[in-house]
Design a protein around this ligand. Structure first.
Ligand SMILES: NC(=O)c1ccc[n+]([C@@H]2O[C@H](COP(=O)([O-])OP(=O)(O)OC[C@H]3O[C@@H](n4cnc5c(N)ncnc54)[C@H](O)[C@@H]3O)[C@@H](O)[C@H]2O)c1
Length: 313
């Protein structure tokens, strides 16, 4: 049995669908803070859905029954949100992770995979980011993710709980929320382009990112459950190439055949200038190789948003 925390969210629900397609038993623990039950259609009847909060140790302990693998995706996942409400981000992302680790330790879980983030590297000028580099979190959110990694390491050392921390680099794809105030850049750009409205670029657009298609992120999680790991490992999960935000907007405009130009606003606090993953470690340790480039990942993503736009009232 796989426990997927945050399984009603973007990455979590893609994991659920992939595991159900492989015939695996899945339990989702989610309080629907940012996730949606819609994301679990049409597999809702084949999985166990527990509506609950990872801030409750008791809830985490109950959810851990009969579980072999934990894919811990639940979090309040936004940098701007963590500046506006650092107390909630910290409570969910740190205290919630600690509760799950305690419950996993007591059940002797085979593998605990933690959704970490490239934001732990901060704005260091060195590219690509490699796991041996010093970390330098620039937001409360990044601090919560780095703390989660430290907790995973402590639980691996102290209690022999095998843990893998995956530092995701800007994941995108179907089921990513375009509507929240804290929406990520790709769903925002696609939605604006499909509607013919101006998307906002924070900064001058020369900032760059390594974008990871969600199917590659899903594959990395599944490999992290199977790889022969004893202690705690940390791996970057990215595509290994980067693109500027202005170029990204131009590509999405072309794919959607949109005439809408972007508008520019001041950069946001905590945003890093450039980001690029060194994925050598994930390749060696997990056998991870990204299968999607930006264009091949954007095509199904745009199609998914297009069909959603067509059916939304
Ligand atoms: N999307 C990215 O680019 C990205 C990059 C780096 C790291 N991550 C990490 O990946 C994970 C998944 O992110 P996502 O993009 O799918 O976000 P998401 O908001 O779509 O998913 C998070 C899920 O966690 C659930 N959740 C929030 N608080 C909870 C609580 N207290 N108890 C139970 N469930 C709770 C939400 O309802 C939601 O379903 C997060 O841990 C995030 O920090 C994401």
């Amino acid at each position: 049995m796989y426990l997927i925390t945050g399984g009603a969210g973007f990455i979590g629900s893609n994991l659920v669908h992939a595991l159900v397609a492989r015939g695996q038993r899945v339990r989702v623990l989610d309080n629907l803070a940012t996730g949606r039950l819609d994301n679990l259609e049409p597999v809702r009847g084949t999985i166990e859905f527990v509506q609950g909060d990872i801030r409750s140790l008791e809830t985490c302990q109950k959810a851990m029954q009969d579980v072999r693998f934990v894919l811990h995706q639940a979090a309040l996942p936004s940098v701007p949100r963590s500046f506006e409400d650092p107390i909630s981000s910290t409570a969910v992302n740190i205290h919630g992770t600690l509760n799950l680790l305690l419950a996993a330790r007591d059940r002797r879980i085979e593998r605990f995979v933690f959704a970490s983030s490239s934001s732990v590297y901060g704005d260091t000028p060195t590219l690509p980011k490699v796991e041996t580099m010093p970390t330098d979190p620039r937001s409360p959110y990044a601090v919560t993710k780095l703390t989660g990694e430290h907790l995973c390491r402590v639980f691996a050392r102290a209690y022999g709980l095998p843990t893998v921390c995956l530092r995701y680099f800007n994941v995108y794809g179907p089921r990513q929320d375009p509507a929240s105030t804290y929406a990520a850049v790709i769903p925002r750009f696609i939605t604006h382009c499909l509607r013919g409205t101006a998307a906002t670029i924070f900064g001058d657009g020369t900032q760059s990112r390594d974008f990871t298609f969600v199917e590659d992120c899903v594959a990395a999680n599944l490999m992290a459950c199977e790889a022969p790991i004893a202690g705690c490992e940390v791996c970057n999960i990215g595509s290994g190439s980067r693109i500027s935000i202005a170029e990204l907007h131009a590509i999405i405009r072309r794919i959607t055949r949109s005439a809408a130009s972007p508008q520019f606003e001041s950069p946001r606090p905590g945003d890093v200038k450039h980001s690029l993953a060194d994925i050598t470690r994930a390749k060696a340790l997990l056998g991870y190789t990204p299968r999607y480039g930006l264009e091949s990942g954007l095509a199904p993503t745009v199609e998914w948003f297009r069909s959603r736009e067509a059916t939304s009232p």
